[in-house]
Design a protein around this ligand. Sequence first.
Ligand code: KG4
Length: 345
Amino acid sequence: MGKTTDKQVIILGIESSCDDTSAAVTCNETILANTVAGQKVHEAYGGVVPELASRAHQQNIIPVVDQALKQAGIRKDQLSAVAFTRGPGLLGSLLVGTSFAKGFALASGIPLIEVNHLQGHVLALFIREPDQEYHPPRFPFLCLLVSGGNSQIILVRDHLHMEVIGQTIDDAAGEAFDKCAKVMGLPYPGGPFIDKLAREGDPLRFRFSRPEIKDLDYSFSGLKTNFLYFLRDQLKEDENFIEQNKADLCASLQKTIIDILLYKLVKAARQTGIREITVAGGVSANSGLRAALQEEAAKRKWNLLIPKIQYTMDNAAMIAITGYYKFLKGEFTSQDIAPFARTQL
Ligand code: KG4
């Protein structure tokens, strides 16, 4: 990018809440670069190891930021502010991004903006791609936020005003995918593997338990236990049960998770009268969930907006775009803040 004008707000976004180190550059709503370094080191452990994650973030953060600035064609002195994920997430991982962002802002003499990771996921649909049509959601809208750590229905009144109207009381939908995948011997994270295998299977072959939880809340721990006990019983009869039925198990499990998610989303849409519906978070990459949402949207006349796959996973583009809206409102952060592992929207 060449010369910038006063009206252009250029944000460097930093995301390091879990096991992806990501940096992005936005100019107003438009994304100029979004770089992500994943961490393969956790694959051998069947889950993210916090200590290894923070060490890998330390190695990755400078190259990732450098690459994002180069890709965007932006010099450090052109940046308006640095936005970073303050939480929720793994404390050691968050500390790396937070310390980097603080140091960078101080050295560059630009403001620092803290971003709630969950708010970033919700606002991912406001990222504008250069030279592409732009149809962000209209307020108010409902967002089904489904990731490895969260399952929530959020009522979004404007960019910075959001209310959680339903949420899981135990496990998140992504955890249900990952834990059940582990029981079947699939690699971590298991969600994408279940998604792939489910395409070949019969979703009606097995029936797993659906929770009876009040209001708009979710629960997934009962399903996980039900799945575990079902497999344990079947394996007593036939030790090859999982291998021989993997696709059907994946399809049936995935259908159960999708049914649970959609039941409460439909209820929320009915209760609020809102038909502008969005989805966000890692689990929104699931092809079965996307298809089921589209079917529901056609039936119920929803205006459904689904983010591109690269913006459903943890990424700094969503942190930069949230930083942009906070910049416009003058919502800056002081140098003496610390990250937080747990928080609400
Ligand atoms: O949002 P995210 O990248 O990370 C956080 O939780 O912050 O979400 C990761 C979760 C994991 O549980 C992963 O298994 C799940 O998203 N996931 C999927 C798919 N892709 C990622 N679950 C089901 N189907 C997928 N295609």
